[in-house]
Design a protein around this ligand. Structure first.
Ligand SMILES: Cc1cc2nc3c(=O)[nH]c(=O)nc-3n(C[C@H](O)[C@H](O)[C@H](O)COP(=O)(O)O)c2cc1C
Length: 200
């Protein structure tokens, strides 16, 4: 069952886009492996340059041996709420690709973009299943690369907390006030016909 919220749009879109948001109040409920893999499955179907699929998902589920290591990569602020998440993911992208018909890897211009698309798919699928996916830049990137054995031709992109959303009353006061779906810039601010400097 999808929760409705107060977000409004300038044009009609699928409600799923508005229902996905980034809560911090989680129940602490563990996620069944099959549900987590349903999120990775959705991510797998994102488009990518040359269909190179450069996204890599490193994860730990709560109450497992890997959990403390992943939680320990987050900064103190993110740990304060993500400790109640069900899974933590470090999203990595492979920075080179093999063009079709070639036997030599070349730098990919779009590896981060492609991984971002996959993260978006994962987040929407999480919403659809009653989970929430919350992206995080607040973590120790070099330590994540080191501790998780990320190869040098890969880029550590972001951390993601997956959790079962719950009432904001579980959060400390300061976070409670921020626990609501955010708005967006107007379309006129982010879309230009004909380029930044249109021809006159
Ligand atoms: C790549 C990325 C990094 C983020 N980093 C953090 C973070 O470190 N801590 C946090 O609490 N939220 C973080 N966020 C959540 C954003 O603040 C949030 O997505 C944004 O305000 C839009 O709100 P919404 O996702 O609820 O629509 C991050 C989101 C993304 C996509």
């Amino acid at each position: 069952m999808l929760m409705r919220n107060s977000r409004t749009t300038e044009y009609g879109i699928d409600p799923l886009f508005l229902e996905r948001w980034s809560p911090r109040a989680f129940t602490g409920e563990p996620i069944p492996e099959a549900q987590l893999f349903t999120l990775f499955e959705a991510a797998r179907w994102a488009p990518s340059s040359y269909n190179a699929q450069p996204w890599r998902f490193l994860y730990a589920r709560r109450d497992t041996a890997d959990w403390p290591r992943f939680l320990g990569l987050l900064n103190a602020f993110n740990q304060s709420w993500a400790k109640n998440a069900a899974a933590l993911i470090i999203l990595v992208s492979k920075a080179t690709l093999l063009p079709s018909g070639s036997d030599k890897e070349v730098p990919s211009h779009t590896h981060s973009l492609d991984a971002g698309a996959a993260w978006g798919y994962l987040a929407l699928q999480a919403t659809r299943l009653g989970w929430a996916a919350h992206g995080m830049a607040g973590f120790d990137v070099p330590r994540a690369a080191e501790e998780l054995g990320v190869p040098s031709d890969h880029r550590v992109e972001a951390a993601i907390a997956i959790g079962k959303p719950t009432d904001k009353s579980v959060l400390p006061e300061a976070l409670r006030a921020r626990e609501q779906p955010s708005g967006r810039r107007a379309l006129a601010e982010i879309v230009r016909e004909g380029g930044f400097r249109p021809m006159r």
